[in-house]
Design a binder for this molecule. Structure first.
Ligand code: HAM
Length: 437
């Protein structure tokens, strides 16, 4: 019996080399912006105590209720693959007492997250995030900086005219008061809500606003309901209101496009005050490219000292899908191909190894004919082929063939590097990806 064929687990994907170059480009661009904002990288484990997520994401959130990759290890520890990284970052902040090293910390992270959702375009069970957390200050300027950083990363990727959806979710007390109003507003149509939303209406009415169910969305639009949907901004306490006004003023000062979204509550429970998201409607249902907000009670909930924080995460899978829709193109990687004859083949390994201290170099490993090597170079997309011909090699010369324009010249080995550099220099007016931005 032949062994069963394996496939990547449902909801996961292989990123093949044809895609990883785009990913590396996107990650590098984001890192450049993060560096300029003086954020420093933190790496936390991909799994943590289940309890960490239950306590921070919220017992009634979908992430904890339905989407957690929860497991026991061989010693019976209750663990979970991280559905997001903010909780782990805060856990690490407390565990290593980063507060002792300075009051304000600017941190970023990137890596896979895991949520057991129903897979569809833009939603995976393993997906990548890049995120940033600004920990240690309540100042509205911190929210403004985080949103500016968020937008600047998208702009570095080539997005234009982004509008940030923004709301304030107040404090736990205002949220409770708002939840009561929302429940009251929705109760007359309770029976028409989806099963999930009916349950949410009891446990945590704000979650109903997060529903993706079409019927629910229609109801939330106010159809058949008395009066418009209650707004969180109308029940904010004085300090949160002032904070909100200051954040909006800061965004205006920087000219950051934003639109107030009264239905924006976020899917995780740890938020206080500012909450924001960016959407790309071309992606359909899974349109949120990233989101974040303030979480002033999270550190305390984890048993740490009261420490405010604000941050965001961007979903890279969706962002790259959206960029594909905008047909962003990457330049082909530039590399050289060394081709040899029967006679010069023994010199190839040493020659290639020396070249590889400076350039990306490919070559034939199978003693194929010169003709086959030239075809292979062309197929692989090499820019230059360095041909080690018998006669030339004896004279200390190398033939440099430019596959771009077909030109060919024979150069002295001493001049090889200069020749390669000259030929690889971008031609005036040539379009590069950088120019496309
Ligand atoms: P989140 O909104 O749950 O926030 O996730 C952020 C982004 O991750 C989403 O906007 C989306 O692009 C992407 N994402 C989430 N789930 C999936 C999925 N199943 N497949 C593909 N992409 C997905 C957070 O995770 C918070 N930690 C953000 C934050 C940081 N708040 C404060 N600091």
């Amino acid at each position: 019996m032949s062994p069963a064929k394996h496939q990547a687990p449902r909801g996961t994907r292989d990123l093949l080399p044809s895609e990883t170059s785009r990913w590396q480009w996107a990650e590098a661009k984001a890192r450049e912006v993060l560096d300029r904002y003086t954020y420093r990288e933190i790496r936390t484990p991909m799994f943590e105590d289940f309890e960490l997520f239950a306590r921070t994401s919220g017992e009634s959130s979908d992430v904890v209720q339905k989407e957690m990759y929860r497991f026991k290890d061989l010693k019976g520890r209750d663990l979970a693959l991280r559905p997001e990284a903010t909780a782990g970052v805060c856990r690490a902040y407390i565990e290593h007492n980063l507060a002792a090293q300075g009051r304000v910390h600017r941190l970023w992270y990137g890596g896979p997250m895991f949520r057991y959702g129903r897979p569809q375009k833009g939603r995976y069970r393993q997906f990548w995030q890049i995120g940033a957390e600004l920990i240690g200050t309540e100042a509205p300027g911190a929210d403004v900086e985080i949103i500016a950083l968020f937008v600047d990363i998208f702009e570095a990727w080539g997005f234009e005219n982004l509008s940030v959806a923004i709301n304030s979710v107040g404090t736990p007390a205002t949220r409770r008061a708002y939840g009561d109003k929302l429940r009251e507003w929705l109760t007359p149509v309770k029976d028409r809500l989806s099963q999930d939303s009916q349950a949410r209406l009891e446990a945590n009415p704000l979650r109903v606003l997060d529903s993706k169910d079409e019927g629910d969305l229609e109801i939330l639009g106010g159809k058949g309901l008395k009066g418009p949907m209650p707004r969180m901004l109308d029940v904010l306490d004085k300090e949160s209101r002032q904070h909100w006004d200051d954040v909006l003023a800061g965004l205006e000062q920087l000219g950051i496009e934003h639109a107030i979204d009264h239905g924006l509550v976020r899917g995780l429970d740890y938020y206080t005050r500012t909450a924001f998201e960016v959407h790309d409607r071309s992606l359909g249902a899974q349109s949120a490219l990233g989101g974040g907000g303030r979480y002033d009670g999270l550190m305390e909930a984890l048993g740490g000292p009261s420490t405010p924080g604000v941050g965001f995460s961007i979903g890279l899978d969706r962002t790259l899908l959206a960029l594909e829709d905008r047909s962003a193109a990457l330049p082909p990687p530039i590399f050289l191909y060394v081709a040899a004859t029967e006679g010069t083949r023994p010199f190839v390994p040493g020659f290639v190894r020396a070249l590889r201290t400076v350039y990306a170099v490919d070559h034939d490993l199978e003693a194929r004919s010169l003709n086959a090597q030239m075809k292979a170079a062309d197929k692989a997309g090499a820019r230059l082929v360095l041909i080690l011909g018998d006669d030339e090699w004896k004279k200390g010369e190398i033939v440099v063939k430019d596959l771009g324009d077909g030109s060919q010249e024979t150069v002295d080995a001493d001049d090889l590097v200069d020749t390669i550099d000259r030929k690889l220099e971008p031609k005036d007016g040539a379009e590069t990806f950088e120019d496309d931005e």
